[in-house]
Design a protein around this ligand. Sequence first.
Ligand SMILES: Cc1cc2nc3c(=O)[nH]c(=O)nc-3n(C[C@H](O)[C@H](O)[C@H](O)COP(=O)(O)OP(=O)(O)OC[C@H]3O[C@@H](n4cnc5c(N)ncnc54)[C@H](O)[C@@H]3O)c2cc1C
Length: 466
Amino acid sequence: MKSVAVIGGGITGLTAAFYLRRKNIPVTLYEASGRVGGVIQSLHKDGYIAEFGPNTILETSPKIGQLIRDANLESRKLDPDPKAENRYVVRYNHPVAMPGSPLGFFTTNLFTFKAKLAVLREPFVPARRDGKEESIAEFVVRRLGREFLDHAIDALVGGVYAGDPNKLSVQQAFPKLAQLEAKYGSMIKGQILGVRERKKRGEVAKDRAPKFSFDEGLQVLPDTLREILGDSVQLNTAVTKLTQTAEGWTLVLRKEGREISAEHSAVIYCGTAHRLAELQIQSKTPVSAAPLSEIRYPPVASVVLGFRREDVTHPLDGFGMLIPKIAGFKILGSIISSSLFSNRAPAGHVTLTSYVGGERYPELAALPAEELYRITCEDLKTLLAVRGEPTFQHCVFYPKAIPQYNVGYGRYRDLMNEIEAKAPGLFLAGHYRDGISLSDSIVSGCNVADRIGIFLATDETQIEHR
Ligand SMILES: Cc1cc2nc3c(=O)[nH]c(=O)nc-3n(C[C@H](O)[C@H](O)[C@H](O)COP(=O)(O)OP(=O)(O)OC[C@H]3O[C@@H](n4cnc5c(N)ncnc54)[C@H](O)[C@@H]3O)c2cc1C
């Protein structure tokens, strides 16, 4: 019976292993650390539920809901409080609610009259047709003007990628925006005219997709998948070398200081790009993943603070606030976790999850915990009128947090295609290839399980015909 090795117990690897198991394909998942979930980390302490990695899953594809049903998790799903609808962007030294409708856009003070006119003009700005790759900053300035970059897109890019808009590629990091221009000649026209096509594909635009978590935090999903996979999950087991053989692949594993080997028909790598670059791959046609070490993953610290409700003057009637660099604060933004899901803080208290570092201020992410609490409190004091001392404080440092799909990222994607072509039976999936969000990672895990199913079936027919 053919078996598949899945390397990495983040959400991509767990999803892939789960669906391989459902196809009755024997699978073993190897995870280097002592836990599953990868960057997903929920902590239960002193009546708080703190999330250090992602806070919510966006339901952008029907595959997300399918996974939740297949894993029997529907009853544990938690929808956000509808009152937490507002998204704030910081301008004039305080959070301003982002407009939720065209009328709201024309009456908001988040943008000047000049910026509003630029939006009306956008459908008439000629589309770029020379095929040249652009940064998201160049793209936005060309179509909407500088103010949108400085006061909106910079904040968004900081919040989603912890990235630098001057480096992130619009084609690689925001492909849908680039496609709207290519297809409709305008983002605004494309947003309006593309609705029917998205519906047909069953897709939901990221800004409209419903988001959710679970009663005890996002860690519920990896923990449940691990429970279902049982003994197939091997923790504290790092894969260091892959050698292609006549039957498939031999893996060298490092477990409790010892080196052991394992044989599998096929392998899926669902780790990080920098760990993939370190992996020794000996395929029949030589190929090296070493250049993937150049992919930039800036450091990020997640700082979760609890306060007494009466110590925060702001109504906290929203999902969170994004902060552009031009606003002059140290944190990249905050999620108002207890407004989204009331059980994230004990009664009479609130939880705020803030992010420090990223491409904007990488050196700040590595500060000692006490310093991180201090700079975060300082910003929250000004922005949300927080007065008292935190009743809860915890932080997690991600030295390599999120891959940056910068201009030129296409060459890494080409290399990933080349590795799969030259090393048949080795598959690459996850956030470094198929999109950085949690939902992208889940879809990537589903798709790679399908690809493996096809590969093994084809391989079997070839063996029979030999
Ligand atoms: C701070 C932060 C906040 C985020 N917020 C959001 C959010 O709000 N919404 C959202 O949609 N997304 C968010 N993301 C992104 C999202 O969480 C990730 O893209 C997604 O979880 C990645 O999952 P993954 O399985 O591909 O990778 P990872 O979670 O990185 O897991 C990879 C696993 O592979 C293991 N591994 C690597 N190499 C080997 C090896 N050689 N042998 C064995 N094991 C190995 C690692 O130990 C790790 O456990 C956030 C990310 C971060 C860091």
